[in-house]
Design a protein around this ligand. Structure first.
Ligand code: ADP
Ligand code: MG
Length: 193
């Protein structure tokens, strides 16, 4: 394997609900290489989202740690983690999570705002990405005016906009039909390459 980008070390995640204890992850160890596209398969409830939440820093593992590059993200405080995420991590969500009152262009440009790009530079970069995902004609459309597949393409453009080191996608095609699923997966792979 190429140089590891993500190192998962003895990650355990236990949820407590009332008196119930749910061991969602039980000592996971793995590495994902730089430039690698890694897919996690498993039945519903097997812990895929939980694992993604631990390795993207959305949650802290009960035990173990996660390194991204050479940063041990498990040791970062909340603010440091938020800053790290803004700078290095892109997300694609199952339910797209676009802001309803923003156009495709504004949604795509949003992560760049946190990186200190000026408005013009943000919109130029966002337009390039939207063209990449085949939405040149939809830049000024709002999420409600687009199909699920189109909204997810905006989601992809947004995730890649800030040139992140890592992109996480949790069930990105879970709400899409078979044909659109194939297109979306192809698009994610292609831009990632
Ligand atoms: P998947 O994404 O593979 O469908 P999840 O990671 O969502 O699975 O869930 C794994 C297990 O952890 C399930 O048993 C689920 O009920 C439990 N779980 C996930 N998140 C929480 C939470 N926030 N609180 C309590 N239990 C949770
Ligand atoms: Mg899930």
């Amino acid at each position: 394997m190429k140089e590891p980008m993500i190192r998962i070390r003895d990650v355990r995640k236990v949820y407590h609900i009332g008196n119930e204890k749910v061991v969602a992850l039980d000592r996971i160890n793995t590495e994902i290489g730089k430039g690698e596209i890694c897919c996690i398969f498993g039945t519903s409830g097997s812990g895929k989202s939980t694992l993604l939440n631990q390795i993207s820093g959305m949650e802290k593992p009960t035990e173990g740690h996660v390194l991204i590059g050479n940063v041990n993200i498990t040791k970062l405080g909340e603010e440091q983690m938020a800053a790290f995420r803004q700078k290095h991590i892109g997300f694609i969500f199952q339910t797209y999570n676009l802001l309803p009152y923003m156009t495709a262009l504004e949604n795509t440009a949003l992560p760049l705002m946190f990186q200190g790009y000026g408005r013009k530079a943000r919109e130029e970069r966002a337009a390039v990405l939207l063209k990449r995902v085949g939405l040149a004609e939809r830049m000024y459309h709002y999420p409600a005016q687009m199909s699920g597949g189109q909204q997810q393409r905006v989601g992809i453009a947004r995730a890649f906009a800030g040139n992140p080191k890592v992109i996480f996608a949790d069930d990105p095609t879970g709400n899409l039909d078979t044909k659109t699923t194939a297109q979306i997966m192809e698009m994610i792979m292609e831009i990632a390459e």
